[in-house]
Each structure stands twice: as structure tokens, then as C-alpha cells.
Design a protein around this ligand. Structure first.
Ligand code: NAD
Length: 515
């Protein structure tokens, strides 16, 4: 029977520029069947891609990097059209992606190198022990809307470099950049190991159902669903989720640098950055001065719909829902006693929300506890660094944090007491763009992590152990099996001798005492 109340299934998604609401493109909503077919096709090409080895794959990744650099202006146009970012922000996405391709392409061979292991016991000396890293054949990349090209550009390269095929699922809010990313790969004539599936959560769930590993970036709420889905299929995943990053300003800070850095950290991408500043704790002696200077700086920012002339500092929010959420956090804080020193409301045009500084906030407010993801900087006065650390750690999130001080040793000491996967001293987001370092979300900010040198690539691989005889083998002998009393005694004797004499060369160290 037909359900007359059922919502009609959308077959396409209209993509709008949130700055003015104009439609800038359209993509299909891929059904589960379409996603499954795309996944099957990618699997056909993956074995050959893997067999090429890191050396064989490198030229394709480098050629793709060149394509991105050659097409940077065009890519920036697309990012800007579907996000409402100012030019200066949109133009960071192509170079960030090129940088990532360069790093993974150049280091993949070293990271994937096979490893020979020393046997742990003399009994194993007759074998050659090798670990090789074999990719998960198909990796699903499920991405958010805040950096629509760069998210693909940061996460897809290590998986391709590892030898996996990748099915990218960009956000339904900003799918055009992801589609363009994959089109670029096709345009250079690269092997068909990168595909794109467009649509909303249903399409994301279908990707999860058809891949061998999920790399998910998005909200904590969706991340939980992805974890459950992966658990049901018994496939591994990495979750890069939301944040509520604190900034700690100490009395000895270079206040100009702290104000500039925190302003940028708070309003960059209209505050829609997982590693943006969401809370500020300032030591009492410099609190008034910091708030005054921060207010002036934030009030001086130019906000509007940009073209290609780099005229504005702050752009639109990605969606009306996101703008309304920011407005709710600010309104609730004000109703509970917070004071707005600049900004505080939607501009009334498109999805723009004024860059905002709030004071007199406390930790019971949503603006201090939940991810606001808007251009808001709530500032709290603290007595000393201990109070700053205690409040900074009073959060369900633990993505990253910043400390502003002239005393770097003190900054590092504080970093080691903060519950966050990354701490940047006197700067913003540095760990995210240092691919040799992990970008790890603690607590509700993630499971697993991206980057971190070899880890960033090996997470897309399964280790495989291969053992090979080093000496001629007899047809009736099996390793370890005590097929005669004599051999059994011999084996026990060797073990005792190894334990007693601590055969360091074979990995048997004596427990206590000297050798
Ligand atoms: P979201 O969770 O709403 O959506 C993310 C992606 O998941 C989208 O592609 C969406 O279509 C898909 N999806 C939705 N339901 C799904 C399901 N049931 N199964 C599979 N996929 C599903 O997140 P968003 O609003 O697009 O992005 C903003 C969030 O992303 C913020 O919380 C931000 O902090 C976070 N983020 C984190 C990082 C990081 O590295 N930690 C980076 C960027 C953004």
C-alpha cells in the first residue's frame, strides 16, 4: 500500500551559496545500489594499484599535486561558491591539499618498507620473519562541510599512497569541491581507484556498508553512529570529531600576538573550524587589557560576501541551521548574565553572524560546554595557570589547545597537563599542518588519529606476517611440535639456556641480575 504521508525521496541536491542563497550547482543523491556499484568498480582496479608499489604510485600522486596547483584559482572559486568563505580563506584549500600529496607521495615508500624481525627465541632462528603492510582494499572517506576541498586533500592522499582505493563521500552541504577533487584525479588519467558518492546521511551509511575501513570527519553525534555501524560490520575506523578548544593567555604573553592569534583562531572560517578557539582563559593581571584589545581587533574585521579580490576577513556561516545555533548559544549566554563587548547577532544578510566577544560567562553555559562552531570568543578571567588548566580540562572534548606566553618552558609544562590531542604554543593549528605529528582528538573529539608520520599511512594497512625457512626443511618436521622425546628435551634445553644466559641477540633478556 502506498504511504501517502511518506516524504518523497530526493534524487538530487541543490547546492547554494550561503552568502546570498543562490543555487551554484546540483548533485545526485546516490542510492545504496549506486554506492554499492561504485564500490564494486573501485575494487576491480585496486589490486593493480596495490601491485604498483609505493614507487609506482608516486608519479600519479605527484601529477595530481601539479594538477591542484595548476587549477588552484578554479578550485578556490568552487570552494568559495558553496561555502561563502572570503577569498583569503577559500584560497588555502588547494595549497594545503598539494602539501599533503607531496608529503605522502614522497614518504610512502619509506613508511611501507617491509620489516625483518629478529626471532625472540633460538628455536626460531631457522625462520626469516617478515612484516608487510597490505592496504585495506577500499577506504570510505566521509567528510564534513567546513573545508570541502582540503578535507579530501588531507585524508585521501595517505590512503591512496598506501595502495587502497578510496570512495569519497563529501558533505551534502558542500559536495561540489569533493566532486571536483575526484574529477581532477580522472583528468590526469590516473588509475580508477578514486570515486565519489554524493548525498546525505543515507549515502554515508551506504558507503560505510560497502568499504573495508572508514575515515570519518564530522560531528561527535554522527561519529557515534558511524562507530556503531562499523562495529556491526567489524571493520576499523578513525573518527575526527568536534572540539571546544581552549586558549590560555598568561600574564607574560606578548599580548599583541595573543590577540591576533586568538582573533584568527576564533573567527577563521567564521569559527567553523574543529581546531578553532572556542574558549579563552586569561590570567587576572592582563585580563582587562586583553579584553579591550581583543574587542577592538574583532570589531575591526571586515565581514561580507567576497569576490576574488580578497576584500573581506570573515565570511558567511555554512548553513542557516549553523547560524541559528550560534545565535542560540549567544542569546542563552546573554540571558544568563554574559556581556557582549562586540558583535552578538546575525547581520540579517544571508547566513552571516557578527564576530563576537563575550565576557562574564561561566561554565554552566552552552557557549562554554558545547561546540558552538561560530565566530564567538567567550573570555574568562582566571586567578592563575592552575585555574586555567582546571577549567580548560573541564570539557567533554579534547581536540587541541593553545597557550600564549613568552616563557616556552612554562608553555610546554602547561601543555603536558592539558587533556588535548595537540597543544600549540603562541600559534594556532600548527600541529594540524605538521604531518609528522599526530592530529588526535581525545575524549569526545575522536577515536584514532590522522597524520603522525608513518602512522597516518599505516592506519590504512593491515599488517601481514610472513615466515620463510632459512635452512633446508625435512619433510616430516613441523616447527615447535614435540614429535619425539629427544627433540622435546632439546627444545626445553635451548629455552632454559636462552633464559639463563639471556641471549640478547635473539631478544631474550634476563629478568633482573647480570649476565
Ligand atoms: P556531520 O556529522 O553532520 O556530517 C559529516 C558527514 O557525515 C557528512 O558527509 C554527512 O552526510 C555524513 N553522515 C551523516 N549521517 C551519517 C550516517 N548515519 N552514516 C554515515 N555518514 C553520515 O558533520 P558536519 O556538520 O558536516 O561537520 C561539522 C563537524 O565536523 C563539527 O563538529 C566539526 O568539529 C567536525 N570536524 C572535525 C574535524 C577534525 O579533524 N576533528 C575537522 C573538520 C570538522
Amino acid at each position: 500500500m502506498t504511504d501517502l504521508h511518506a516524504k518523497p525521496q530526493l534524487t538530487t541536491i541543490e547546492v547554494r551559496n550561503p552568502a546570498d542563497g543562490f543555487i551554484v550547482g546540483e548533485v545526485p543523491v546516490d542510492s545504496p545500489e549506486t554506492v554499492a556499484a561504485k564500490a564494486r568498480e573501485l575494487r576491480l582496479f585496486q589490486p593493480e594499484w596495490e601491485a604498483m608499489g609505493a614507487k609506482g604510485r608516486k608519479p600519479w600522486l605527484m601529477r595530481f599535486q601539479e594538477w591542484i596547483l595548476d587549477n588552484a584559482e578554479h578550485i578556490t572559486d568552487i570552494v568559495q561558491s558553496e561555502t561563502g568563505k572570503p577569498r583569503t580563506e577559500a584560497s588555502t584549500e588547494a595549497p594545503a591539499s598539494a602539501d599533503s600529496l607531496n608529503y605522502w607521495a614522497r614518504n610512502a615508500e619509506r613508511f611501507l618498507a617491509e620489516k625483518r624481525s629478529m626471532p625472540h627465541t633460538p628455536l626460531m632462528l631457522v625462520k626469516r620473519l617478515t612484516t608487510v603492510h597490505r592496504p585495506y582494499p577500499l577506504v570510505g572517506m566521509i567528510a564534513p562541510w567546513n573545508f570541502p576541498f582540503a578535507m579530501a586533500g588531507m585524508d585521501v592522499p595517505p590512503a591512496l599512497a598506501a595502495g587502497a582505493a578510496v570512495l569519497l563521500k563529501p558533505s551534502e552541504v558542500t559536495p561540489l569541491s569533493g566532486v571536483e577533487f575526484v574529477r581532477g584525479w580522472t583528468e590526469i588519467g590516473a588509475p580508477s581507484v578514486l570515486g565519489v558518492a554524493t548525498g546525505a546521511g543515507g549515502t554515508g551509511a551506504a558507503v560505510l556498508a560497502n568499504v573495508d575501513y572508514v575515515q570519518f570527519t564530522g560531528s561527535t553525534a554522527t561519529g557515534r553512529k558511524v562507530a556503531v555501524g562499523c562495529a556491526e560490520r567489524l571493520i576499523p575506523y578513525s573518527l575526527e570529531l568536534g572540539g571546544k578548544d581552549p586558549a590560555i593567555v598568561l600574564t607574560d604573553a606578548d599580548l599583541d600576538r595573543a590577540v591576533n592569534g586568538i582573533t584568527w583562531g576564533g573567527v577563521f572560517n567564521s569559527g567553523q573550524a574543529c581546531v578553532g578557539v572556542e574558549r579563552v582563559y586569561v590570567e587576572a593581571p592582563v585580563y582587562d587589557e586583553f579584553v579591550a584589545r581583543l574587542t577592538d581587533k574583532v570589531a575591526s574585521l571586515r565581514q561580507g560576501q567576497d569576490d576574488d579580490r580578497y576584500r573581506f576577513d570573515v565570511g558567511a556561516m555554512a548553513t542557516e541551521a549553523q547560524r541559528d545555533l550560534v545565535a542560540r548559544h549567544v542569546d542563552e549566554a546573554v540571558a544568563a548574565g554574559a556581556r557582549v563587548t562586540t558583535g552578538g547577532k546575525p547581520t540579517g544578510v544571508g547566513t552571516f553572524f557578527e564576530p563576537t566577544v563575550l565576557t562574564d560567562v561561566d561554565h554552566s553555559m552552552a557557549v562554554m560546554q558545547q561546540e558552538t562552531f561560530g565566530p564567538t570568543l567567550p573570555v574568562v578571567k582566571v586567578a592563575d595557570e592552575d585555574e586555567a588548566i582546571q577549567l580548560a580540562n573541564d570539557s567533554n572534548y579534547g581536540l587541541s589547545a593553545t597557550v600564549w606566553t613568552r616563557d616556552y618552558a612554562r608553555g610546554e609544562r602547561i601543555a603536558r597537563r592539558l587533556d588535548a590531542g595537540g597543544v600549540n604554543i603562541n600559534d594556532m593549528m600548527t600541529n594540524l599542518f605538521s604531518f609528522a605529528l599526530p592530529m588526535a582528538g581525545w575524549k569526545n573529539s575522536g577515536v584514532g588519529y590522522r597524520n603522525g608520520g608513518a602512522h597516518g599511512l599505516l592506519k590504512y594497512c593491515r599488517p601481514q606476517a610472513i615466515t620463510t625457512p632459512r635452512l633446508p626443511v625435512q619433510s616430516n618436521e613441523v616447527m615447535w611440535y614435540p614429535y619425539s622425546r629427544r627433540k622435546s628435551r632439546l627444545a626445553m634445553g635451548i629455552m632454559r639456556a636462552a633464559a639463563a644466559h639471556g641471549l640478547r641477540r635473539v631478544g631474550l633478556k634476563p629478568r633482573g641480575g647480570s649476565r
